[in-house]
Design a protein around this ligand. Structure first.
Ligand SMILES: [Mg+2]
Length: 160
């Protein structure tokens, strides 16, 4: 069960601050989109905009890696001019390894951020990155299959 345990259990992406990034030597963040940075299928809010600006100032590269489609990812990413990839097939690693090469990221200085244990945390672990799990944003907007998955996750968490 430890295999699914994230390195960092966070409440929200904003827990990641300049100090935090420096402490753990993070240069690239591979982040899930839906329920991690925004409500499912919604655009980003003011808070995410400020957070992305902070990352830019700290020279930390943000890469959105989503299992959702590319047009959803583009809609979110375009206003901020950040890297964003859809159809990532998490928790498999092939697609994301390609994106790591594209942005020149190394696993030692990368963080994988997401709200789902079996999708995001597992994927980050397989990639050899540090992993951060956040509480889902706007969980009531999620599709039914994700709600079911969360019930299973809650059982797994009891064994950590
Ligand atoms: Mg998600």
């Amino acid at each position: 069960m430890k295999y699914f345990k994230p390195d960092f259990a966070l409440h929200h992406f904003s827990d990641i601050t300049p100090k935090w990034l420096e402490r753990y030597n993070i240069k690239t963040i591979f982040s899930d989109l839906d329920s991690t940075l925004a409500i499912h299928n919604k655009l980003g809010d003011k808070e995410v905009e400020q957070w992305i600006e902070m990352l830019r100032e700290e020279k930390v590269t943000l890469v959105i890696v989503s299992n959702n489609n590319q047009s959803r990812v583009d809609k979110f990413c375009n206003p901020y001019q950040i890297h964003g990839y859809g159809h990532c097939n998490k928790p498999t690693v092939t697609e994301i390894q390609k994106h790591m090469r594209t942005v020149g990221a190394t696993k030692e200085t990368s963080l994988f951020l997401g709200d789902q244990v079996f999708t995001d945390v597992w994927c980050g672990k397989r990639l050899g990155m540090k992993t951060g799990l956040v509480a889902p944003i706007g969980a009531e907007h999620e599709p039914i299959q994700i709600k079911v998955k969360r019930k299973v996750e809650n059982i797994i968490r009891k064994f950590w």
